[in-house]
Design a protein around this ligand. Structure first.
Ligand SMILES: *Cc1c(COP(=O)(O)O)cnc(C)c1O
Length: 220
């Protein structure tokens, strides 16, 4: 990450590492905590909440990065430093309702769909409307706090090929920020295979699992 920052003239502290611990046990998270890593990403609500319980009292910032069903919104609202995967009005409304009930402001990203073969993420044409809704759901000190955008690019043969998708997400973020007249500082993009390319295109958060924890075991 530091080398990628240096190559494109960015400050190393402008990019945060979310270590993606899905399918790995809490003991692996403890090993990384001992090395100074603080931010961890999980994709499945039940698994994530079980690990939070196991690691209660540890100084961890949890990220929810997976697809989120509306019916799980109640369980996750207020329990993650950042939810990366808001992609529908229905989910946004439910998360906002649950966050308001808990009297918290829940930071979120909107996930943008980057290819025809992907199911997750809002279509680009629907992004401005969803973003306006999310902003409107957080104007009284609780509800949702829109921090930026997230994407999973299509799978490519080489990391450089993901570059245009990452560049595109940055452009979408810049346009949206101008339209909404508010800063959208976070761009969550880049994983094991392409995080360096993502950093060169402006990622502020990279989500890396395999190259830290090794291959994922089967889902527990
Ligand atoms: C699993 C996952 C990652 C991590 O992928 P690796 O290739 O193991 O680094 C990142 N982002 C999301 C949304 C994921 O589901």
């Amino acid at each position: 990450m530091a080398a990628a920052c240096e190559r494109c003239g960015r400050a190393p502290e402008s990019v945060r590492l979310v270590a993606v611990s899905k399918f790995h046990p809490a003991s692996d998270i403890r090993a990384l905590l001992a090395c100074g890593q603080r931010e961890f990403g999980e994709s499945y609500a039940q698994e994530a909440l079980a690990k939070q319980d196991e690691l209660v009292g540890e100084d961890i910032l949890w990220h929810f990065i997976g697809g989120l069903q509306t019916k799980k919104a109640r369980q996750v609202a207020g329990r993650f430093a950042l939810i990366h995967s808001v992609d529908s009005a229905k989910l946004a409304r439910e998360l906002a309702k649950r966050a308001s009930e808990a009297r918290v402001l829940q930071p979120v990203l909107i996930e943008v769909n980057m290819g025809e073969e992907q199911k997750a993420g809002v279509e680009e044409a629907d992004l401005p409307e969803l973003a306006r809704l999310v902003v409107s759901l957080g104007e009284r000190g609780c509800g949702l706090d829109l921090r930026g955008l997230m994407c999973l690019p299509p799978v490519f043969d080489s990391p450089e090929e993901a570059g245009p998708a990452f560049e595109y997400l940055r452009e979408l973020r810049d346009e949206l920020s101008a339209t909404l007249s508010r800063p959208l500082p976070e761009l969550s993009m880049g994983m094991t295979g392409d995080f360096e390319t993502a950093i060169e295109e402006g990622a502020t958060i990279v989500r890396v699992g395999t190259s830290i924890f090794g291959p994922r075991p089967q889902k527990p």
